[in-house]
Write a protein that binds this ligand. Structure first.
Ligand code: FES
Length: 320
């Protein structure tokens, strides 16, 4: 993700608040105190961390608020440094470059019911959705909020307030996979509810596997794993664009989409994390290493989400 110079918004950190163990909220405001561009539930902004990396963070405050954005960041000691920089180097009063709100996880506003599934810091976009219901006769909703322990559960006090607690189920697994919550009873019978899931990859994959019999239009995922992340056995590979005959090398650590852009080829994208479906591309040959959350099993041999997926074969041929 990049912050484009022509749309960049410098925002001042007005307040920093520890909301759980290793999890910190940052309230961002216009330096001159004016209103911010509006946002919808599920939106994110890009933030250039003090260390220089650009990261995508969900806005977790009520979208009705016009003078602040609130982002919440979990310090990840094994990450690539963005969250560590935010925790260790971003202080109240500092000004950070940001990009305006964008939404790849929009809340369907006429759903008959909502089922929210949040794993850990994945609560952030869902919190803005729940907060947007305040004072409104929202459709029935339920939140399963899965975290490691009470200490690592951000916003538990708010979610356990009398108005919300009947909708909210919080489960702690204490790091023991044997104690993970069984979502199957909630997902076994498809219905007209819209499911919103955000959290660690294994949780989202498990929800995807358990919702194969739901309408795909009713199941929504949000991931912050831009470009699909790097896996230890990733290899470079080639892509060939069948229509132009152009060939490019895709190195480790760079997505097909980023490689195309680098060479001046435009391809539509939105989430850039394999969850929205915008970059669906026809795969003409080659063995794809699918890393998205949107393709159905029957599409895997002929389609690829170029923002996150890679190759198991030395070359992929794309219908571009
Ligand atoms: Fe959203 Fe690729 S841009 S799935």
């Amino acid at each position: 993700m990049e912050i484009r110079a022509d749309t960049q918004m410098p925002l001042r950190i007005a307040r920093v608040l520890d909301v759980a163990e290793g999890i910190r909220s940052f309230e961002l405001v216009q330096p001159d105190g004016t209103e911010l561009p509006p946002f919808t539930p599920g939106s994110h902004i890009g933030v250039q961390t003090p260390g220089g990396a650009v990261r995508k963070y969900s806005l977790c405050n009520d979208p009705g608020e016009r003078h602040r954005y609130v982002i919440t960041v979990k310090r990840d000691p094994n990450g690539q440094g963005g969250s560590i920089s935010m925790h260790d180097e971003a202080h109240a009063g500092d000004v950070l470059a940001t990009s305006p709100p964008d939404n790849a996880f929009p809340l369907v506003d006429n759903a008959r019911a909502y089922l929210f599934i949040a794993g850990g810091i994945g609560i952030t976009p869902i919190l803005s959705m729940i907060r947007s219901f305040a004072g409104l006769p929202a459709a029935p909703w339920k939140l399963h909020y899965l975290t490691r322990s009470p200490e690592s559960t951000a916003f538990a006090d708010e979610l356990m307030r009398p108005q919300l607690r009947r909708h909210v189920h919080i489960h702690h697994d204490h790091g023991d996979p044997e104690k993970s919550f069984d979502l199957w009873p909630a997902l076994e019978k498809p219905n007209t509810a819209h499911i919103y899931c955000c959290g660690p990859r294994p949780l989202m994959e498990s929800v995807r596997d358990m919702t194969g019999h739901w309408s795909p239009a009713n199941v929504h995922f949000e991931s912050f794993n831009e470009g699909g992340g790097v896996k230890p056995d990733d290899q470079p590979f080639k892509i060939r664009l069948a229509r132009s005959g152009l060939e490019f090398d895709v190195p480790v650590g760079k997505s097909i989409l980023a490689t195309l852009r680098e060479h001046g080829c435009n391809a539509p994208s939105s989430c850039e994390s394999g969850t929205c479906g915008t970059c669906r591309t026809t795969l003409l040959s080659g063995d794809a290493d699918h890393r998205d959350m949107v393709l159905m099993p029957e599409e895997l041999s002929e389609r690829i989400m170029i923002c996150v997926s890679r190759a198991r074969s030395p070359e992929l041929v794309l219908d571009l």
